[in-house]
Design a protein around this ligand. Structure first.
Ligand code: NZQ
Ligand code: ZN
Length: 390
């Protein structure tokens, strides 16, 4: 196990009706003027936005709104939010929504006190040294941004989808997680969220670090819980218990717990981010296509941990033929994704003829000549994995 620092100060307030505590939590964390950020309208239709505004009104803390954040959020909305906050003297950004809304809120929070272009943070030209406070009312378990210090934004003019990591400053002060708020999710978004959280665990699981027993078991156990709860939630979107387990799994998957002490991989995420940047697909659906392709490639190039994963997560019988075990594990993963309505190849994702040369070019231009850690992947290898996903 490697040395690590694990610091995760977010206050999680979980359960039925918890959004009614928003105002009091905003006051507790010292806000004097709040920007509420939300998406394309689901929180308006469900009445959640109105309820949140009422709890803020009861505290007397003034608030403004910025709606219209789109999935795969873009830089132009961030600039709009930064201008608004500066003009109005906002000191607290409250995201009411999913990963796209939260990541936009984080980008705004980092951008307001910075004199340069906020995009500098996403291309490693600058590091975040101060930020407005951020908090969350979560409506979809998927990206895990409610517990992470990360933000992922796409720059429209260059189609670069890049991430920023600033856990000290951008982890939400509090995250309200009421599973009932996820009852209205369309099945496709529920399923894509399930894939995304599984991917967050697997990115951490596939490591060459030795002596990761505790991390391995946390990963395997959380994956098994998700695999058990997913069919329940797909069958009955209003099953509170299943929704609750899935919602908390999404947080556990990405707040760092599952990977402490590990060298993590993240090649599949980088490869997917290029797909969603170019073709604007749902992130989790893109991962359902890329992760099995990555695992299949690994079965031929670095099989050990893939075989362990097949045995422990997918109950594949242990044998001496590690490659056969690994491939059976991948087959079970794919049939699980198919069972919840997710695509497992480019055509099913709606991208009939992906421009693989362009994906490879963008990937390595944006993320470096080599990506991943379990096996370091150059252009030849990432091209083979994209081709595997056809
Ligand atoms: O925009 P509205 O109308 O709210 O609709 C959203 C959106 O269309 C809808 N939705 C959300 N909650 C709902 C709901 N519809 C009905 N009822 C509800 N309760 O779902 C759609 C997707 O929302 P989005 O916020 O895009 O989902 P998600 O949480 O999956 O976020 C995806 C984004 O997060 C990034 C992804 O790349 C993608 O851009 N990621 C962020 C990470 C992070 N910050 O740590 C890590 C991840 O790996 C990921 O890359
Ligand atoms: Zn993800």
């Amino acid at each position: 196990m490697n040395n690590f620092t694990f610091y995760s100060p977010t206050e999680f307030v979980f359960g039925k009706g918890t959004e009614m505590q928003t105002g009091e939590l905003v006051r507790k964390y010292g806000a004097s003027k709040v920007l509420i950020v939300y998406g394309g309208g689901s929180v308006v239709r469900s009445g959640l936005l109105e309820r949140v505004k009422q709890t803020l009104a009861q505290t007397g803390i003034p608030c403004l709104e910025l709606g219209g954040v789109q999935p795969n959020p873009i830089d132009t909305k961030v600039y709009e939010g930064i201008d608004l906050c500066r003009r109005e003297g906002v000191d607290f950004v409250l995201a009411v929504g999913g990963g796209s809304v939260i990541d936009t809120a984080k980008a705004i929070a980092a951008g307001v006190p910075y004199e340069g272009d906020f995009w500098d943070f996403y291309i490693q030209k600058a590091t975040v040294s101060s930020a407005l406070k951020v908090a969350v009312v979560l409506t979809i378990p998927a990206a895990g941004s409610e517990g992470s210090g990360n933000s992922v934004i796409t720059k429209v003019s260059t189609l670069q989808k890049m991430s920023l990591r600033a856990p000290e400053l951008l982890r939400p002060r509090f995250s309200i997680m009421n599973p009932e708020l996820t009852f209205t999710l369309p099945p496709y978004q529920t399923a894509a969220g399930i894939v995304d959280m599984m991917a967050h665990i697997m990115e951490r699981y596939f490591t060459n670090t030795a002596d990761t027993e505790i991390a391995d078991r946390l990963c395997e156990g959380t994956l098994k819980a998700i695999i058990t709860e997913a069919p329940r939630v797909m069958a009955d979107p209003k099953d509170y218990g299943a929704r609750a387990n899935i919602m908390w799994s999404g947080m556990i998957a990405h707040n760092g717990t599952c990977g402490v002490g590990n060298e993590e991989d993240w090649a599949s995420h980088f490869m997917e981010h290029e797909i969603s940047a170019l073709y604007n697909v749902t992130h989790g659906a893109g991962l359902a296509v890329i992760f099995p392709a990555w695992l299949t490639w690994m079965a031929s190039h670095h099989v050990e941990k893939v075989a362990q994963y097949a045995a422990r997560v997918w109950d594949v019988p242990v044998s001496e033929d590690l490659k056969a075990m690994a491939l059976e594990g991948v087959a079970r993963l794919k049939s699980f994704f198919t069972s919840i309505g997710m695509p497992v190849n480019f055509a099913q994702l709606g991208v009939e003829h992906p421009d693989i040369e362009l994906l490879v070019e963008h990937l390595h231009a944006n993320k470096g000549e080599q990506v991943g850690c379990y096996v370091r992947l150059g252009r030849k290898e990432t091209r083979e994995i994209y081709e595997q996903a056809l």
